[in-house]
Design a protein around this ligand. Sequence first.
Ligand code: CA
Length: 234
Amino acid sequence: MNLAAFKVHVVEDEIEIRELMSLHLSRQGYHVTESGSSEEALDKMKTHKFDLLILDWMLPGMSGVEFLDRLKTHSTQSRVLMVTAKSEPQDIVFGLEKGADDYLTKPFDPSVFLARVKVLLRRSGQQETVAQNIFDIDGLKINFDTYEVSLKGQPLHLTPSEYKLLAILIQHQGRVLTRDQLIERVQGEGISVTGRTVDTHIFGLRKKLAEWADHVDTIRGIGYRYKSDVNLPS
Ligand code: CA
């Protein structure tokens, strides 16, 4: 994947942090631009397309969260990595539910920052693959048309709720989904899921996935995500 092809826009009012993030990103070969406020970033988005926005929460004027609200009215394909000094689970859940794809709390380690960026960009690069109706990675295969799931060629018998949860996590792979977001997406089609049962269904799902269970990552106090980078049995 040609990293230089990715356009990353840093929205951060603290100059030192902004320059530091830009420096780390540029060294990776990304095309980096910056804004010191939400207003400035929105203005640039009228004429520029960004693959990823690094978005500070606490900004003068329009906050990062208000910016996310504004983004919804734009038909943007940009991924959003929220960077925040807020580290309470309820703040993070709030940010994710507002539409951030992932979050990072300040102060952060540059290597963790770059790893998060890479995952989000890889996912945006994978959009076309994910849009196809068959997911087939590391021996885990899902046919979204026929609802068939198999592991290394062996059919996996999932309950409708387990299937739905797995499919949703995979369709948003890399992204943390809160319990409420999962419930919202799983609900309907004859399936009733509540906060408590999400955990039970995930437990059942992980059990059936056996050695592949580590792909379904628990984010304590927040929710779950499908992680593509795990050490699998060979
Ligand atoms: Ca700030």
